[in-house]
Design a protein around this ligand. Structure first.
Ligand code: F6R
Length: 242
């Protein structure tokens, strides 16, 4: 694991955006995997800035997102579909037909998951996947005790994750209790991973993911076995490993 420690959230976001931009410049047909949540918002803002300055072209880029709440419509402002449009897709020249997001309102979950996995394979595989990490060590929505062999599937969210994500909703009761998420196997199949973490609240999860035993109890610990992972951590998130 390549661990980069930076001063703060802004520096983390700039570093991450420049890595994503380099990926697209070197391979304009890159397949990018995106995450949602608080952590990558600054990265997406930086990426939009770099795009507007004319340095990158997303017209041949293909995208996949890690997860989506179930069941929630893509028009719902709490959905990850909405989030991605709001923070990134509406501001860059990625083609609609190249954007792949899980449908949180699908009728047939199994079909949705299988077709998502197939689309990833047909695209040639994800070149660069952005990840955040949950306070409980989750990656995507693969909660503690996730199956390391799992592909895209329906997950039941942990109480802690529901509480943590309630900050985006009016009340904790409004937070969906389920989500569709790429599995650990899907994530481990990508070529390159960029994991971002900021703030003291993530330090414990980061510590266990980087230094702890590889265990389903901390899903992020599996990343120790991936051949190309870069972690960009701010000082607070990194303080237990440094
Ligand atoms: C989001 C995702 C989650 C988040 C994690 C951290 O698509 O898959 O694993 O990355 O919950 O969320 P934030 O960044 O809000 O702390």
């Amino acid at each position: 694991m390549n661990v980069v420690v930076v001063n703060d959230y802004d520096e983390m976001s700039k570093r991450a955006a420049s890595i994503i931009a380099s990926q697209v410049i070197l391979n304009p047909k890159s397949v990018l995997g995106f995450a949602t949540g608080d952590t990558p918002i600054g990265t997406y803002k930086e990426l939009v800035k770099i795009y507007k300055e004319g340095y990158i072209d997303f017209s041949d880029v293909v995208t996949f997102n890690l997860d989506e709440y179930y069941s929630i419509s893509k028009e719902n402002p709490q959905s990850y579909n909405f989030y991605m449009k709001n923070y990134l897709f509406n501001h860059i020249n990625v083609k609609d037909e190249n954007i792949h997001m899980l449908n949180g309102m699908c009728d047939d979950i199994e079909k949705e998951c299988t077709s998502y996995e197939n689309l990833i394979k047909e695209s040639g595989g994800i070149n660069l996947q952005i990840l955040g990490i949950g306070r409980n060590g989750h990656i995507g929505f693969n909660e503690p005790n996730a199956n390391f062999e799992g592909v895209t599937h329906l997950v039941h969210l942990d109480k802690g994750t529901i509480n943590a994500n309630s900050r985006f909703f009016n009340s904790v009761e409004e937070v969906p209790t389920k989500a569709i998420s790429m599995g650990i196997k899907t994530i481990m199949s990508v070529k390159k991973i960029l994991l971002l973490a900021s703030g003291i609240k993530k330090s414990e999860a980061v510590y266990h993911a980087v230094n702890g035993p590889i265990t389903p109890k901390v899903p992020g610990s599996i990343l120790q076995l991936h051949p190309d992972v870069t972690l960009i951590l701010d000082k607070e998130a990194a303080y237990k490993i440094s």
